[in-house]
Design a protein around this ligand. Structure first.
Ligand code: B1N
Length: 833
């Protein structure tokens, strides 16, 4: 008896826990069944996987909503300062696994579904990606939303609820075809329509001048056209579900659903014209902007969501605090690039025209409220709008911009170095090719802080586009190196690796990523290396199955998986990688029995529909793959695959299976990169240039554990100033000239031998991205990769050290820096609430 009593607490504890989990599982199972029946309207026997997905999503959503309402209530009660993240893009991906993970319900839900004979992995796959973004900028916004919730910041994301997200890519005969994406066709279980939250958005019209009771003049804008912005809210749970924020996306609709008189008089289509025109604003992500109509639609999108968001947050502020003049104390607005920069003029319009705040005071409030993140220095991506278009679409905002500019230029024109050249560089209006409004300048002037997204990029901002503005506002530019959420990019994408790491560092890994450093001590431990390598092997098997299913190519899971996945762009230099593949192909054919390392080159990525060269690069990758993959002389030693329709979900599959991460942009051109961080965290070694955040990744993982090659940003600038002809570099490199020659002569395009003539000519005579200049350095870096790969303990040591030293790249760290240095809001780390 005594023995029994003494041992009882130990023995009883796990039993009680198991029982609690058992109860949870039963409760979750019953809730899913109730959702299936009463919300989906299906019986167990008739339910499709999609029905089960909706029932499961609704059941976890109940828990999310519970916590969401208390988060909102608590922010209200405590009078906390709110952060508003304005972004034209949120590249969210799927939400089921994310919500289950952050609500810490995943194991119980998997078990509950298993009791019902349903596999959670199947449900995961039927969810459509929310692809409301193009690439890194939109994915960053999604990672930031998750980290802001995790750190209990009272934050709102504001954007557009596009009916159609990023196009679906199909590859036909090696060529990219674009199809509309239709993520809402089966409904969206995560969102709540808010029919009561509707903001009128004006366009065009005219301005009257009125005299106020106090004798001052007031400008009154009478828009010629009004559309409505309708709110849809999606709750965003942070890690452990302790705090939940709102992503509010606006959908456009006409004030009147149709012109009834016109309809009844027989003009059924004409009666709907206004509606079609209004709704086109939130129809598609990134409407083609090669035509004036396309450009105008893009500007309408930008103003539509900026104005709706500003009206909404000002209304909230006034209802809570009664006085718009305290806005900056209670609200921080972050502009995700210049796409929402018109919000600066909109806030001035609200303060000055609608609330009678004197101009100078309004400008001080505006600057104290806004901050701006720049994401690119590429001249073609710096937004400018033709003055005539702005005057027609937003006449009052154009007036405001002119006044901001006049006061700004008046301030600097008194300075001794105020030459015409300098004033032209500082002006909000670019006069060099037709008069255009520089949105970057507007965002800079209207903000108290401006940041770049990696140290190198922030430094370059000061010497290039913002050189002159920085000189009149020293210290305004700061750096906030990007980060990624480890909940999605470690735990959800690579659960096996996460479990292994937690065995070492403890189960607070996702609360404080810096504990990963503890893993470094095991980098040389052979049994740890074996377990780490076995997880990679399993992930590669899974990916190989997916590749076989999707494109019918069989991959050897023991080959080195060399992965290049991102948007297709000349500066990202997919061509450099393809050229190396061609060079290796020629070598293996020439010397088939050297001890080649089996290798798979994996490409994925979308090209903008109007970007002809990028589409040709996709075709080249596919053409090269077709020839290489079917050449028996290679005996499977080299494969080149292009996986269609790259998106967040595909990235979650590919990254945990990668051995080598390609980050090979021309130095100085990739602002940061965030894919680079996802790979290194999951233990792929990077082959890369000293560009963007690669520089900081090298500093963290250690230069022996990353393969850096090529010209630096300074060298790129120097080289370009001497000319960008590639002939010398080609002449010096037999491997490069041979590879270019075979591509140009049609070895990979026998059906159209001259298909790549133009591409090769451009590299030869006008190589702006310095592919030819960097080729030999890249080729040699790839040989260094092979040497490491042959030495397996050395390879796994480097891989483990990459994982161990990537904690700093958590978006929790990035967001904590924004909170402290830009927003002035407190953060509460998870795990100690
Ligand atoms: O933003 C990412 C960075 O990691 C990437 O290096 C950077 O290229 C990317 C116009 C953009 N910069 N600019 C854009 C997106 C859409 C658009 O219409 C520009 N995207 C980036 C996150 O900082």
């Amino acid at each position: 008896l005594e023995t029994h009593a003494a041992s009882a607490p130990d023995a009883a504890a796990p039993a009680a826990e198991t029982q609690a989990i058992g109860e949870d599982v039963a409760a979750i199972r019953d809730l899913i069944l109730a959702k299936l029946k009463y919300s989906v309207g299906k019986s167990v026997t008739a339910a499709s996987p999609h029905d089960w997905f909706v029932a499961t999503a609704l059941s976890v959503r109940d828990k999310v909503v519970e916590s969401w309402l208390s988060s909102i209530e608590s922010s209200k009660r405590t009078g906390r300062k709110r952060v508003y993240y304005l972004s034209l893009e949120f590249l969210i991906g799927r939400l089921l696994i994310d919500a289950l993970t952050n609500m810490e319900m995943i194991d119980e839900t998997r078990a509950a579904l298993a009791e019902l004979g349903v596999d959670l992995e199947t449900l995961r796959e039927v969810e459509d990606d929310a692809a409301l973004g193009n690439g890194g900028l939109g994915r960053l916004a999604a990672c930031f939303m998750e980290s802001m919730a995790t750190l209990s910041i009272a934050a709102y994301g504001y954007g557009i609820r596009y009916d159609h997200g990023l196009f679906r890519q199909r590859i036909k005969n090696g060529r990219q075809l674009e199809y509309p994406e239709d993520w809402l066709s089966f409904g969206n279980p995560w969102e709540f329509q808010r029919p009561e939250i509707v903001c009128p958005i004006g366009f065009g019209g005219h301005i009257d001048t009125e005299t106020r009771p106090d004798g001052e003049l007031r400008q009154v804008w009478h828009p010629g056209e009004t559309v409505e912005a309708l709110a849809y809210d999606t709750p965003i749970p942070g890690w452990r579900g302790a705090h939940i924020n709102t992503l509010r996306l606006w959908s456009a609709r006409a004030v009147d659903p149709l012109r009834l008189d016109q309809f009844n008089s027989g003009d059924h289509i004409g009666a709907l014209m206004d509606r079609v025109r209004a709704e086109s604003i939130s129809k598609v992500l990134y409407p083609g902007d090669t035509t004036p109509a396309g450009q105008e639609l893009r500007l309408r999108q930008e103003f539509f969501f900026a104005s709706a968001s500003l009206q909404d947050l000002v209304r909230r502020h006034i209802s809570l605090y009664g006085d718009v003049r305290t806005l900056a104390d209670k609200a921080a607005i972050q502009l995700n690039d210049t796409h929402p920069a018109i919000a600066i003029a909109e806030l001035m319009h609200i303060l000055v025209d609608l609330h009678d705040i004197p101009w100078d005071e309004a400008w001080a409030i505006t600057q104290a409220t806004f901050s701006y993140t720049n994401h690119t220095l590429l001249p073609e991506a710096l937004e400018t709008w033709p003055v005539p278009l702005m005057e027609r679409l937003l006449p009052r905002h154009m007036q405001i911009i002119y006044l901001i500019n006049a006061l700004h230029l008046a301030k600097v024109s008194g300075e001794p170095d105020a030459t015409g050249h300098r004033l032209a560089a500082l002006s909000l209006i670019d006069e060099s090719h037709g008069r255009r409004v520089r949105m970057g300048h507007l965002a800079f002037l209207g903000s108290h802080k401006v940041n770049g997204v990696s140290q190198l990029h922030s430094d370059l901002m000061k010497t290039t586009v913002f050189h002159d503005l920085e000189s009149i506002a020293p210290g305004k530019i700061t750096n906030k190196t990007n980060g990624i959420t480890f909940r999605r990019w470690l735990k959800e994408a690579n659960p096996a690796l996460t479990s292994l790491l937690m065995e070492v560092v403890g189960d607070n890994l996702l609360d404080n990523a810096m504990v990963l450093e503890k893993v470094a001590a095991l980098a040389d431990d052979s049994s740890f290396q074996e377990r780490y390598a076995a997880i990679r092997r399993a992930n590669k098997m899974t990916l190989a199955r997916l590749v076989q299913q999707r494109i019918g190519v069989k991959l050897n899971p023991d080959a080195l998986f060399d992965v290049h996945i991102k948007r297709i762009h000349e500066y990202k230099r997919q061509v450099l990688n393809i050229l190396e593949a061609v060079a290796i192909y020629e070598e293996i054919r020439a010397q088939p029995f050297r001890d080649w390392i089996p290798r798979v080159k994996i490409f994925a990525g979308k090209a903008a529909a109007s970007y002809t060269t990028a589409k040709l690069i996709i075709q080249l990758a596919n053409d090269v793959g077709k020839v290489i993959n079917s050449d028996p002389a290679l005996r499977g030693l080299l494969k080149v695959v292009f996986l269609p329709n790259y998106n967040v979900s595909l990235a979650e599959r590919i990254i945990p299976a990668a051995d080598l991460s390609e980050q090979i942009s021309t130095a100085g051109m990739e602002a940061s990169g965030t894919g680079n961080m996802k790979f290194a965290l999951n233990g792929a070694l990077t082959i890369g240039t000293l560009d963007g955040a690669n520089v900081e990744i090298m500093e963290h993982v250690g230069s022996p554990n990353i393969f850096i090659f090529g010209l630096t940003a300074d060298e790129v600038e120097a080289k370009r100033s001497q000319g960008i002809n590639g002939q010398d570099a080609i002449a010096r490199s037999p491997k490069l000239s041979e590879a270019l020659e075979s591509i140009a002569s049609g070895v990979f395009s026998p059906d159209e031998p001259h298909r790549y003539r133009g591409l090769v000519d451009a590299l030869t005579y006008h190589d702006f991205f310095l592919v030819t200049a960097d080729f030999d350095a890249y080729y040699n870096a790839q040989r260094a990769v092979f040497r490491r790969w042959r030495d397996k303990p050395a390879w796994w040591r480097s891989a483990i050290l990459n994982t161990a030293h990537m904690g700093w790249f958590s978006s929790d760290r990035t967001i904590a820096e924004y909170a402290e240095e830009i927003w002035n809001v407190p953060v509460t780390p998870p795990g100690r609430k």
